[in-house]
Design a protein around this ligand. Structure first.
Ligand code: NAG
Ligand code: NAG
Length: 388
C-alpha cells in the first residue's frame, strides 16, 4: 500500500529501477522533512532517486565468503600496507527485516555497499559486512547469533586477512547498531578471543521498554523511522509478528515493578534537559497483563536490548563511538547508552547531528544530492577509526 512506509528500503534495493511509485513515497516523506526544516522536499526525492549502481572498486578487493554458516562480504584495500590493518565487523541496519549483501556488479546492490566501501577505503581497514538472517522469517536471536558467529570466526582468523588483533572494531547502524552493541557485550567476557578495540554505534536501537522517551514523542512522525515503525520492527525481530503493538506503544507491555527496576537506566530523567525543549510530556506507569508480558518478556534480555546489561558487563566494554541524530526516535536510546558507558568508566566519543535524521548516513555519497550532515557523520566515524 502506498502509505506503508516500511517498503521504502525495498525500493532502495531496486536502486536503478526506481519507479514512479517510489518517487511518490519520497515526495510524501520529503514533505515531512521539509516541514521539520531538515531539508527541502525536492532534495529528499533526488536523494532517493540518485542512488546508483556500483561496479568494481579500483581500490578494493571485494569478495563474498562464508564465515561458519553466515554469508559475509569482505572489503580489503588493494594498496600494500607495511603493517597489519584495522578490522571492522559491520552489521547493516534495516529494522532486522531489510537489507542484505545484495549482488556485486548488478543493479541489485545492497543498501550498505557504498558505506562499507567508503569505510574500507577511507579508514584503510578490512571491513566484513555480515548477511545475517532477517525477521520475520528468522526471529531473535537469529540475527544476533549470526553476527556473533561471524565475529568469532573473524577474530579467530585475523592473520589470514592481515588484520591486527589489537585493532578490531564492531560497527553498525540502526538495527545493526543494536547487533554491534549486543555482540560487543558478549565478546567483552570472552578471554579466548582478541579483545575488541572499539564499538561504533550509529543511531542504534537499544531498548524496547519505553517508546515514549522524549525523542520518541518529538520525532514520532519524522522519516525515515516513525515511532510506530520502530516498535513494529522490534516486535518483528522478537516474535516474527507485530501482535501487541498497541500495548508496546502505550507502555502497557512490561509490568510496573520491572520497569521500576530498570528505571535507573531507562528513564527520561537521564536525558539532559536540552533534549526536552522541543516538547516532552511525562507518562504515568501503566499496568500490564500477564498475557501481554508473556509475549514480549524477552525484551528484558540484554542481547536484544543492550541498554539493560548489568554494570559488570558494561564496565568491560571497549572504547565507544556513538552517533545520534536530533530528528530521530532512537536519539534517546543512544543518549542513555552513552550515559551508562560513561558512568561505568568507558571512554565515549559522541557525535550528535543537530540537523540529522534516522538513516542519514546512507545518503553520504549521492553526489550533489546528498545531505551534508550525512557526510559529516560518516567522516567523524572514519576519523574515529583512523585514531585507533
Ligand atoms: C555458531 O552458532 C551456533 C548456535 O547458533 C553454535 O552452536 C556454534 O558453535 C557457533 N559457531 C561458532 C564458531 O561460534
Ligand atoms: C505472534 O508471535 C507470537 C510469539 O511467537 C505467537 O505466540 C503468536 O501466535 C503470533 N501471532 C500471530 C497472529 O501470528
Amino acid at each position: 500500500y502506498l502509505y506503508n512506509y516500511s517498503i521504502l528500503p525495498f525500493l532502495w534495493k531496486a536502486q536503478g529501477l526506481l519507479s514512479e511509485l517510489s518517487v511518490l513515497f519520497a515526495f510524501e516523506q520529503g514533505k515531512i522533512l521539509e516541514n521539520f526544516g531538515i531539508c527541502t522536499q525536492v532534495s529528499f526525492v533526488r536523494y532517493v532517486q540518485g542512488r546508483k549502481t556500483l561496479g568494481a572498486d579500483p581500490k578494493l578487493f571485494i569478495k563474498d565468503l562464508w564465515f561458519e554458516k553466515v554469508p559475509v562480504r569482505i572489503y580489503q584495500p588493494k594498496a600494500p600496507s607495511a603493517s597489519q590493518r584495522r578490522g571492522v565487523m559491520f552489521f547493516h541496519g534495516g529494522g532486522w527485516v531489510f537489507g542484505s549483501l545484495g549482488k556485486i556488479c548488478t543493479r541489485n546492490i545492497s543498501t550498505h555497499e557504498e558505506l562499507c566501501r567508503f569505510i574500507a577505503r577511507e579508514s584503510e581497514s578490512v571491513v566484513v559486512s555480515v548477511g545475517y538472517r532477517l525477521a520475520p522469517e528468522h526471529k531473535y536471536p537469529a540475527a544476533y547469533e549470526d553476527c556473533l558467529n561471524a565475529s568469532q570466526h573473524f577474530l579467530q582468523h585475523l592473520q589470514h586477512y592481515g588484520v591486527d588483533p589489537a585493532r578490531v572494531t564492531v560497527c553498525g547502524d540502526s538495527a545493526g547498531g543494536n547487533l554491534a552493541a549486543a555482540v560487543s557485550q558478549t565478546l567483552a567476557g570472552r578471554s579466548d578471543l582478541p579483545r575488541l578495540r572499539a564499538q561504533i554505534l550509529i543511531y542504534p536501537g537499544l531498548q524496547a521498554l519505553d517508546f515514549n522517551l522524549p525523542s520518541y514523542q518529538q520525532n514520532r512522525g519524522v522519516p525515515l523511522l516513525f515511532r510506530e515503525r520502530a516498535a513494529f520492527y522490534m516486535l518483528q525481530y522478537l516474535n516474527g509478528n507485530a501482535t501487541k503493538l498497541e500495548e508496546v506503544l502505550e507502555g502497557s507491555h512490561i509490568p510496573p515493578d520491572i520497569k521500576l527496576k530498570y528505571q535507573k537506566w531507562v528513564s527520561p530523567d537521564n536525558i539532559p534537559e536540552e533534549f526536552k525543549v522541543r516538547g516532552y510530556k511525562p507518562r504515568v506507569l501503566l499496568d500490564c497483563t500477564t498475557e501481554v508480558y508473556e509475549t514480549v518478556k524477552r525484551f528484558c534480555e540484554p542481547t536484544l536490548c543492550p541498554l539493560l546489561a548489568e554494570d559488570t558487563i558494561i564496565q568491560q566494554l571497549p572504547e565507544s563511538f556513538i552517533l545520534t541524530c536530533e530528528y530521530d526516535v532512537l536519539r534517546d536510546d543512544g543518549l542513555l547508552y552513552k550515559k551508562r558507558l560513561e558512568d561505568n568508566g568507558v571512554q565515549v566519543t559522541w557525535y550528535h547531528l543537530e540537523d540529522g535524521f534516522h538513516g542519514i548516513i546512507n545518503s553520504f555519497n549521492s553526489g550533489w544530492l546528498s545531505f551534508p550532515a550525512g557526510k559529516r557523520g560518516l567522516d567523524s566515524i572514519v576519523n574515529f577509526l583512523r585514531s585507533l
